[in-house]
Design a protein around this ligand. Sequence first.
Ligand code: FES
Length: 337
Amino acid sequence: MPKVALNFEDGVTRFVECGPNELLVDAAYRARLNIPMDCRDGVCGTCKSHCESGRYSMESYIEDALTEDEAAQGYVLTCQMRPESDCVVSVPATSKLCKSGPSSFGARLSEVRHLSDTTIGFTLELDEPDSLTFLPGQYMQVSVPETAHSRAYSFSSRVNGGRIDFLVRNIPGGLMSTYLSSRAAPGDRLMMHGPSGAFYLRDLHRPALFLAGGTGLAPFLAMLDHLKEKGRSAQPIHLLYGVTRDADMVEVGKLEEFAEAIPEFTFGVCVADAASSASRKGFVTDHFGPEDLHGGDSDVYLCGPPPMVEAVRKHFEIIGIKPASFHYEKFNASEAA
Ligand code: FES
């Protein structure tokens, strides 16, 4: 049955399953989601949304509700849309307005891995192994045990046997870092709320360049894990992973595994520290040029600190090539978004 990800304006995503030939509006209603609606007849245009990916057919509607141009650009009327495959639909309303919100998931801490001085990985075991769905690249609010706080972290794997991985920056004195470094014990209970975020892997129709800065690697690991499960990518993907010092480089073994499993995937690592022993020194912008952007016929995904996003934008201007799409997520020290 087609699964539809409804992305709300506030970044919250809810998934609904559509029965064979079912209208999206009916599936959303069954899931108790009040997406914007008025006539339900394809006349008023109130339910107009944008379908980011997936196949669907449309019932009848009038030009006033949805023009030919809009339909060609992927706009849909959710009251007339019958999903035929998994789809992602951006709804121009907040989840609160749609009487929805992030879903909650209970989990237990399964493992903590101190990958470097600056990076910690941890694995959670879901209470209900099949309950969690997300778009690869999205993040979750994860509660910090024994506090009233939570932190946003990108998934760094797909759900595998009810287990899910995260990769976080080790911030001395940080709430989650302190918990993971000093008090964490297997079996600890945590809650997760989400998933959220507009930074996720779209269907690939052209070559893609992935740019990761530090722990900004996490969402790419989830995307690649997702592609590994499929066994192929529809297009070539090159990942450039930039870190500050040699010691910050983590999960290179996993990247090698992905390169083995996904024939279209290659990667390189660069280190900013001039004293590094790496063959590529400098920033990611020192290591990609016009050829990596395929004359503009490419999709670029970036996850890293805000100055990296600005540096890459400037680099596009300097080399005079703008990619067909540029998706990015800026993260600050303790949060994924
Ligand atoms: Fe009026 Fe869909 S609710 S066009």
